[in-house]
Unconditional design. Structure first.
Lengths: 355, 333, 321
């Protein structure tokens, strides 16, 4: 929910504001209004995506020096060969022509050719994308569930020992660099330390040579440490958001009503407090997913996971401009798409917003 | 038979604020008791205390006998069983007391499913009946609270309160947020339902006129105590406690020219429950206080047939400032 | 969560003005200072009740002391690769309490020295970020119309960009230096501040005394610097503290990816060295632990301080004490 917050003191001091929760978010009461709202959101997303496309083109042309030099990796090459490279990658054209060319191709799904792999960028991306989705998807489900589970309990026992321990732990893990945690986990659980034998592979996604069920188990085995790392550094944010959303909700009158009806405490929490508090955070959870896709760069690098993040790291070290450019677009697009999805789904979930 | 008997109820919040300080009340089935007082006098605390709904850390002592059983001595399981099935509450401000993301039908059916072990279909049927009973079409069960008007929401609250056929209904400022016409409708509805089903009603309000209109008996609360009690009409028209007088004068009476010129309202604010004044807690604002009121606590005393007031002047119908009131004091139990 | 934008007790400048008894004869400036002293004292009194915040502040004080006195305690020689005192990757010993790095340098000394770079970069990047955010927030809140629209569009657009990816991209296209890192972090993290500050500015400007100041002929500059700025300062302070923590993490991340300044020692750089030297596969955990712990401690300390400041300003947040 990126609804504009414009608190006005004049309003606030005027006494109990009679603004019900229905003022939250876009008000779209009828189906046509919702469709208009959807159209608006989709249009906004399209504009954002275009802006990202343009940025990713110009941002990486700022690199000083001749991009062709990166391709040759310092080898001695003749002027003729350099000219060939230029022609091959369209670098001999004027900037604006390169730009229109780039935009035109991008709209058809062509993001150029990677310098280091000599393969279409789009192919490299579609190759790596499922692996990243597997990793982030698994981690996302786990850290969201964990964050909400602990966050609600923490808020319900606000100020108690378990609340303070959990909040402290979440803040601590949140302050830890993900790559460092990953490296430590590799040392302890993959390399092995003291009495602990190496339980998990140090990296990659599969050992090779497996098929069927064995393959699935092998991938799962490789998945554990990266997922643990991601969950550890990401669940804290969900926990804190959940906790403060629920705390805001705790003094509400309808919870007293629910208690007065004779409901057990955990039913009051599960059936009344949590849905009310968490519906508005759905948006945040979606945005988190978009950010996780981008934040996965380090974890994939550390665990040599063959996903977009690992690819980004490889592309950076060259630097392989078309690939960096394409990946930058994909990461930004992930956030925009998730944002838009959240905006579209939220009014359907929360009756306060209306349809 | 006595439906509700409250004896020497005291409630102290975790911060040390004494919100209710020794309240005695009793109510028979079919009777309607009004509790009046300014905001902060402890009347809403009283309502929550009756079903033990106060926040954790609040100290409550005394007795709350509901059909002869002490709510304060029950185990939590028993308390939950009594809630809504034995006594239900119509809260003030139905907008916030209803859950905004559940359909109202589900909210009404919730206690039925919980207490009556009804089937979902049975609960749905009962919900429809209840809604029609309070004057709403049964089809509104699928509406969300924000789709209803203020008066409709209050009707939903009332339907919900009657869901488990309780013996006692506590109405906490049921009409405060409504405009006058709707207010009258809701009051008539409550009156009608109470007389039909022979319920006990405890109605809490700051509006003495509303209570006098609806209730049989009236208790006026000040700083966590009942300072005056008696038949509703009498208390409203001829209060014996200066606070009761001030409260009834605070609302203009239609057709009574004298009341238009009488000074209305009270100087000062209700006392802070964590730092109460000495003696009679009302003395700083009392127009007829004696020196003794500053040091001596005033207990409830007889003030006519079935009437009590906690004032040295109780008994004399028009207290004269400065008049000796020794006889009145000696009659205290 | 954008919860800080509501009005905290600290931001009500005009309330405590008349307190203080015999101040009638003083100049307005002295009055203003007195008022500020009062609110600072009140702030500190409330801050002290947040144990985690006090703990964070103490930890920061210690780290700052270590960083500032590093030239005296370890000296800049510790960075030197050529005359390193020990053998490569020695285990911790009495001579080298944390062991040595891949060049045989004293790891304890390096971690102490690295505090200077990490804290400096974190601080400057956060200041840059908050300065940009405050500038855009105040101007977008003050000048309405197309300027505000354009500025908020840009802010929104930066807000959806994945911060880390953008910072990495910027660091890639610029030369390897501390300035680049500071710029990359500062330029990518300002949008949240801009939004918060703008909301606060709108709230402040809707108050009657701004109307009065305008009626008395106060220009844009006067209103923004004399009325709006003091009122958004507490918010800006809280934001700075919180952003420093993420800036330190971002610095470590960029350095770890090899985008940092190769000529200086920083905690993230030490971790990159360790990884490249094969400390992970060799199981030399003691090489990796100290820089990471240092990053986590400092980031956590700033987060705790930021949360404490935030909850003093906005008690509704319900931050655990």
């Amino acid at each position: 929910m990126t609804a504009e917050a414009t608190p006005s003191l004049v309003e606030a001091t005027d006494g109990p504001a009679q603004a019900g929760p229905s003022v939250r978010g876009p008000r779209a009461r009828t189906r046509t209004a919702y469709l208009r709202y959807v159209a608006g959101k989709l249009g906004g997303a399209a504009v954002s995506l275009l802006a990202v496309l343009v940025t990713s083109f110009f941002l990486f042309r700022l690199i000083p020096g001749d991009p062709v030099k990166y391709m040759t990796g310092g080898r001695q090459v003749s002027a003729e060969q350099l000219a060939n490279y230029r022609k091959e990658f369209g670098l001999d054209l004027p900037m604006w022509e390169q730009f229109t060319d780039y935009c035109g191709k991008a709209l058809t799904g062509d993001l150029g050719t990677s310098y280091q792999f000599r393969a279409p960028v789009i192919d490299k991306i579609t190759e790596a994308l499922p692996n990243t989705l597997l990793l982030t998807g698994t981690a996302f489900v786990l850290y969201t569930a964990l964050g909400i589970f602990i966050g609600t309990r923490s808020a319900w026992r606000n100020g108690g020992l378990s609340d303070r321990v959990n909040t402290g732990l979440a803040l601590t893990l949140y302050s830890i660099p993900s790559f460092w945690l990953g490296l430590l986990l590799i040392i302890v659980f993959s390399v092995g330390m003291g009495p602990i034998p190496g339980l998990f592979p140090t990296g990659g996604m599969e050992s090779g040579g497996n098929e069927g069920f064995a393959y699935v188990m092998d991938v799962a085995h490789h998945l554990i440490l990266p997922v643990v790392t991601l969950v550890a550094v990401e669940y804290g944010q969900t926990l804190l958001v959940t906790r403060s959303a629920l705390l805001d909700e705790m003094g509400s009158d309808y919870l007293t009503t629910a208690r007065a009806k004779g409901l057990r405490d955990d039913l009051v929490r599960r059936r009344h407090a949590v849905p009310n508090a968490l519906l508005p955070t759905v948006t945040l959870i979606f945005i988190n997913l978009g950010r996780t896709v981008a934040g996965v760069i380090l974890v994939e690098t550390v665990f040599s996971w063959p996903g977009l993040g690992g690819l980004f790291y490889q592309a950076l070290s060259v630097p392989d401009l078309p690939l960096v450019q394409g990946l930058f677009f994909v990461f930004a697009a992930a956030v925009i798409v998730m944002n838009t999805l959240a905006d579209l789904i939220y009014p359907l979930l929360d009756p306060r917003v209306g349809r | 038979m006595t439906l509700l008997e409250v004896r020497n109820l005291e409630v102290t919040y975790a911060g040390g604020a004494a919100a209710v300080r020794g309240v005695d009340l009793s109510l028979d089935a079919g009777q309607k008791l009004g509790v009046a007082g300014e905001s902060g006098c402890g009347k809403s605390t009283l309502a929550l205390a009756l079903l033990r709904l106060l926040p954790a850390g609040t100290r409550t002592s005394g007795e709350i006998l509901l059909d002869g059983e002490d709510v304060l001595k029950m185990k939590w399981g028993q308390v939950r069983a009594v809630r809504w099935a034995g006594a239900s509450i119509v809260f003030q401000g139905a907008m916030h007391s209803l859950n905004a993301v559940h359909r109202i039908g589900d909210q009404i059916a919730e206690p039925i499913l919980l207490h009556k072990k009804a089937t979902p279909a049975g609960a749905r049927k009962k919900t429809g009946e209840l809604l029609e009973h309070v004057g709403l079409p049964a089809a509104r069960a699928s509406a969300y609270p924000h789709e209803l008007s203020g008066g409709q929401r209050q009707r939903v609250m009332i339907a919900m309160a009657l869901a488990c056929d309780p013996r006692l209904v506590i109405a906490d400022e049921p009409t405060t947020a409504l405009d006058v016409m709707i207010q009258a409708q809701i009051l008539r509805l409550i009156e009608q339902l109470v007389s039909e089903q022979d319920l006990g009603l405890v109605m809490i309000s700051h509006d003495l006129a509303v209570l006098a209109d609806t209730c049989d008996r009236l208790a006026v609360m000040y700083a966590g105590r009942v300072v005056e009690e008696g038949p509703a009409r009498q208390v409203y028209e001829d209060a014996r406690h200066p606070y009761g007088k001030a409260l009834s004068a605070a609302f203009p009476r239609i057709g009574d020219t004298a009341s238009r010129f009488a000074p209305r309202g009270l100087p000062g604010d209700p006392p802070d429950p964590s730092a109460l004044p000495s003696g009679c807690t009302f003395h700083p604002r009392c127009p007829v206080a004696l020196d003794s009121c500053i040091t001596e606590d005033q207990e409830l005393r007889d003030a006519g047939t079935a009437r009590w007031a906690a004032c040295v002047h109780a008994g004399a119908s028009v207290p004269q400032p400065g008049s000796p009131a020794e006889e009145a004091r000696s009659s205290t139990p | 969560m954008t919860t800080t934008e509501s009005d905290g007790p600290m931001t009500t400048e005009s309330t405590a003005a008349s307190k203080g008894g015999p101040a009638t004869a003083r100049s307005p400036r002295a009055l203003a200072w007195q008022r500020r002293r009062h609110s600072a004292a009140r702030f500190w009194k409330q801050y002290r009740t947040h144990h985690a915040g006090v703990f964070g502040l103490a930890a920061l004080g210690l780290c700052a002391l270590i960083a500032l006195t590093a030239p005296l305690t370890v000296g800049s020689d510790v960075q030197s690769v050529t005359d390193a005192p020990g053998d490569p990757m020695e285990s911790p010993s009495t001579e080298f309490p944390l062991g040595t790095d891949q060049f045989g340098r004293n790891l304890l000394g390096l971690v102490v020295w690295g505090a200077r770079v990490s804290l400096l970069v974190g601080l400057l990047a956060a200041v840059l970020s908050v300065a940009i955010g405050a500038l855009i927030g105040i101007t977008a809140g003050h000048f309405k119309g197309w300027y505000a629209t354009v500025m908020m569009r840009i802010t929104d657009w930066f807000l959806v960009m994945p911060t880390l990816v953008l910072a990495i991209a910027l660091a890639t296209v610029m030369s390897r230096s501390l300035g680049t890192i500071i710029l990359a972090i500062g330029v990518t993290t300002w949008p949240t501040t801009a939004r918060l500050v703008r909301a606060q500015t709108l709230a402040v400007e809707s108050r009657p005394y701004i109307e009065r100041a305008k009626a008395l002929g106060g220009g844009h500059w006067h209103i923004m610097t004399r009325h709006v700025l003091p009122n958004v300062m507490p918010l800006v302070l809280a934001q700075t503290t919180l952003i420093i923590s993420s800036a330190i993490l971002a610095e470590a991340t960029l350095a770890f990816l090899g985008l940092g300044d190769p000529t200086v020692v920083s905690w993230g750089g030490l971790l990159q060295d360790a990884r490249e030297a094969g400390a992970v596969s060799a199981g030399k955990w003691w090489y990796l632990v100290p820089p990471g712990v240092a990053i986590a401690v400092v980031a956590l300390a700033f987060t705790l301080c930021g949360r404490a400041v935030e909850s003093v300003l906005n008690p509704k947040l319900g931050v655990a004490r």
